[in-house]
Design a protein around this ligand. Structure first.
Ligand SMILES: Cc1cc2nc3c(=O)[nH]c(=O)nc-3n(C[C@H](O)[C@H](O)[C@H](O)COP(=O)(O)OP(=O)(O)OC[C@H]3O[C@@H](n4cnc5c(N)ncnc54)[C@H](O)[C@@H]3O)c2cc1C
Length: 240
C-alpha cells in the first residue's frame, strides 16, 4: 500500500482492478492507500485523490450541485484508473474538464499530457486530478447513461475487452466472425454484447487469453484489423 508520494519503480499499480486481467506471472502489485481517497473544493477547483471511487465523486457532485461527472455514475473504478485510460462513455470523457494531474515530480497540465480515445501516455502514478468547477448537476443524465448501458451483460467482466477500431465497433467485428456467445472453459464473449468477455463461474486466465487470441486471429484474417485490448493484461509473458 502506498501512502506517500514514494513508490517502488518495479511494482504495477492497481486502482480498483475493474479493467485488469491478472495472470499467474504478474509483477509485484501496489495500490494507493486511503490517504488518496478524498474530494474537495479548493480555490474554485475540484481536487480529487486518485484512489477516490467514481461513486463517491458522483455523490459529492450531486450534493454540491456540480456538473460534468454524471457519466461516472455507472463506470466502475477509481479516479486514477479513469485518468490513466481517459475513461468515458461516448463523447463524455474524464479528460474533458481536467485541468492538471499531480505526479511525484509535480503537476502536469492537460496540454502536456497526450490523450485520445481510451488512451493516455500516463505511465507513472497519478496522485490527484484537478478539474474545472461548473455548477449544475444534471439528474436526467444519470438516467441517460444508465440507458446507454442497457445492452451490457450483468455477468462479471472487465468492461469492454477491446478498443473500438477507428470507424468500427469491436463488438460488431467479434459477432461477424461468429464469436458472440463463444465459450472457452469458463470464459465467453457475452451473448448480450460480444465485446464483453464474461466469467461464467470458473473462468481462468488461460481461458481468457485463448478467447482473446481467437478473436484477434479471426478478425485479422477476415477484416485485416488488429483488435487492441482495452483491458490491461498483467502477466510478464504479455507485458512489454
Ligand atoms: C462492467 C464494466 C463496465 C465498464 N464500462 C466502461 C465504460 O463505459 N467506459 C470506460 O472507459 N471504462 C469502462 N469500464 C472499465 C473501467 O471502469 C475503467 O477502465 C476504469 O477507469 C478502471 O478504473 P480502476 O480504478 O478499476 O483501474 P484498474 O483497472 O485498477 O487499472 C486500470 C489501469 O489504470 C492504471 N492506474 C490505476 N490507478 C492509477 C493511478 N493512480 N495512476 C496511474 N495509473 C493508474 C493501472 O495501472 C492500469 O493500467 C468498465 C468496467 C466494467 C467492469
Amino acid at each position: 500500500m502506498i501512502d506517500s508520494h514514494e513508490y517502488p519503480e518495479d511494482a504495477y499499480l492497481v486502482g480498483g482492478a475493474n479493467n485488469l486481467l491478472i495472470g499467474p506471472e504478474h509483477p509485484p502489485l501496489m495500490k494507493l492507500s486511503k490517504a488518496f481517497d478524498y474530494i474537495k473544493i479548493v480555490d474554485n477547483q475540484l481536487h480529487i485523490g486518485a484512489a477516490t471511487p467514481g461513486g463517491k465523486v458522483v455523490s459529492f457532485c450531486k450534493k454540491h450541485d456540480l456538473a460534468n461527472f454524471e457519466f461516472v455514475a455507472h463506470l466502475p473504478g477509481t479516479l486514477g484508473g479513469m485518468l490513466q485510460m481517459n475513461a468515458g462513455l461516448k463523447e463524455y470523457e474524464i479528460f474533458n474538464h481536467l485541468h492538471k494531474v499531480y505526479f511525484k515530480d509535480g503537476y502536469q497540465l492537460l496540454g502536456d499530457i497526450e490523450y485520445g480515445y481510451r488512451t493516455t501516455n500516463i505511465d507513472k502514478v497519478a496522485f490527484e486530478g484537478i478539474f474545472e468547477l461548473e455548477k449544475g448537476f444534471d439528474l436526467s443524465k444519470i438516467d441517460m447513461f444508465k440507458q446507454m448501458r442497457a445492452n451490457q451483460p450483468h455477468d462479471p467482466s472487465a468492461g469492454s475487452f477491446f478498443k473500438n477500431p477507428i470507424g468500427d465497433y469491436a463488438g460488431r467485428l467479434i459477432e461477424e466472425v461468429g464469436l458472440k456467445g463463444h465459450r472457452i472453459g469458463g470464459m465467453a464473449y457475452s451473448d448480450k454484447h460480444a465485446n464483453f468477455m464474461v466469467n461464467l463461474g470458473k473462468g481462468t486466465f488461460d481461458d481468457a487469453i485463448a478467447l482473446m487470441q481467437l478473436a484477434q486471429k479471426r478478425v485479422l484474417e477476415s477484416f485485416e484489423i488488429l483488435l487492441e485490448n482495452e483491458v490491461a493484461i498483467i502477466d510478464r509473458r504479455f507485458m512489454n
